[in-house]
Design a protein around this ligand. Structure first.
Ligand code: ADP
Ligand code: MG
Length: 207
């Protein structure tokens, strides 16, 4: 079976990078990797080393410059042309700061509903939303609250629930625990591992 995500000789540099910093002209320099489905890959590196850029490239959020990214054996350009919706659905990201990934004026329920509304053109039922909350260890009563009314750890669980509503194949967690208290970090990480095992997710953890 083809790897769920495969990268060959990827180079990437933001326009203008390297002029002020001649020593580090490349953001990403000759990256190759291969991730079999339902496994976990950890990407570790210092701040500014290009981890988030790599993820954006793998998700098709940044245009490629050199190299090739394949998902299930097909080049990303092919996915994003003919099967863009299927690709977007299969690829979800949880970001570092949950406070910045939610609209503070929307209830948690409205936010969790969004991916299904966008990708399936329907409103999820209250039962579906409640199930998603329970799946990440949260009481469904939180659906009526606003982001500022829950803790950072709870909100990151909500972000995971929101990403899972559309049944992705790959979940990217871009420093998804680093804004949380140390005790909560371990809980969120354990939740991600449990979900990976339960749902057969491919987990790409950036730290
Ligand atoms: P990391 O996630 O490992 O901290 P990033 O991928 O965010 O690293 O950034 C890698 C490098 O690219 C950094 O030097 C950063 O300042 C630069 N960079 C990030 N985003 C942009 C952008 N949109 N335009 C120009 N440079 C950027
Ligand atoms: Mg980053």
């Amino acid at each position: 079976m083809s790897p769920i995500i495969e990268v060959e000789n990827l180079f990437f540099r933001y326009a203008g990078a390297g002029k002020a910093q001649e020593r580090l002209p490349w953001t990403l320099d000759d990256i190759s990797l291969s991730v079999p489905a339902a496994t976990t890959l950890g990407i570790v590196g210092e701040s500014g080393s290009g981890k988030s850029t790599l993820i954006r490239l793998l998700c098709g959020l940044v245009p490629m410059q050199r190299g090739i990214v394949r998902s299930e054996g097909r080049a990303l350009s092919e996915w994003l042309g003919r099967d863009a919706a299927r690709f977007r659905r299969g690829t979800q990201i949880v970001f570092q700061n949950p406070r910045r990934s939610f609209d503070p004026r929307m209830t948690i329920g409205a936010s969790v509903s969004q991916p299904i509304q966008a990708l399936e053109r329907r409103r999820p039922t209250i039962e579906e939303l409640a199930r998603q909350m329970e799946h990440v260890g949260l009481p469904p009563a939180l659906l009526d609250r606003y982001p500022h009314q829950v803790s950072g750890g709870q909100l990151q669980r909500v972000a995971i629930a929101r990403a899972l509503t559309v049944k992705p194949k790959i979940l990217y967690a871009d420093e998804a625990t680093s804004a949380l208290d140390v005790s909560v970090q371990a809980q969120v990480l354990n939740l991600l591992m449990d979900l990976r095992d339960e749902l057969g997710l491919t987990l790409i953890l950036v730290t």
